[in-house]
Design a protein around this ligand. Structure first.
Ligand SMILES: [Fe+2]
Ligand SMILES: [Fe+2]
Length: 201
């Protein structure tokens, strides 16, 4: 599956996730240990960290599209210039926006309404999209010499790569929370009544 070909998404106008100036990274809630999230009530888990992450990621990746294009233009002749990074990040952001829209408009509401079994297929699609995200992040590393700025990099270039590392960490942690905590807990708490042995005599 390619990053830009996800299904089941709606087109919605994109709005800035925060009012922070474009040049500044928006604040993020403090990280809570994953083991705490094993027992956090699911509505709370969805509100934070999951929806908090969504807001932060859209805003931050959007900011880094602009920053990467600035660096690309300033250092076009440099042998380690991240050529094509801006275009790649823009595609990543569009894929993220569609993925997040699907979660916020379809998946989370169904989970909160106790209807997880009815959207098993959509949840499976999202899990596959997380695999596609990993591939997009790997491509990002290819374009950035493994997120390692050259010794003569400008401050903006260094800031770009350290911010991209934060994005990578956040996306991986977020997908792990959904794949390994949220969805397993939801299916445990909302079992399929049609499965053998669970539907009564
Ligand atoms: Fe998500
Ligand atoms: Fe997700």
């Amino acid at each position: 599956m390619r990053w830009g070909t996800f299904r089941n998404f709606r087109n919605q106008p994109e709005t800035p996730a925060t009012n922070a100036p474009l040049s500044e990274s928006p604040p993020l809630s403090p990280e809570r240990p994953l083991e705490d999230l094993e027992t956090t009530p699911i509505p709370d888990l969805i509100a934070d960290p999951l929806q908090t992450d969504h807001v932060w990621l859209l805003r931050e990746v959007g900011r880094l599209v602009v920053l990467s294009e600035t660096v690309e233009n300033q250092f076009a002749a440099h042998e380690q210039a991240p050529t094509g990074l801006g275009t790649h990040l823009q595609a990543m952001r569009e894929g993220l926006a569609r993925h997040i829209d699907s979660e916020e408009q379809v998946i989370y509401p169904a989970v909160l309404a106790g209807n997880a079994q009815e959207i098993r297929g959509a949840i499976r699609d999202l899990e596959l999209e997380h695999v596609a995200m990993d591939k997009a992040l790997a491509r990002m590393r290819e374009l950035t010499t493994d997120l390692t700025a050259p010794t003569d990099a400008s401050e903006e270039w260094q800031e770009l790569y350290s911010a991209l590392l934060a994005v990578e960490n956040r996306i991986k942690r977020h997908a792990r929370i959904e794949d390994e905590i949220l969805f397993p807990r939801v299916f445990f708490e909302q079992p399929d009544s049609q499965e053998p042995g669970q539907g009564g005599s």
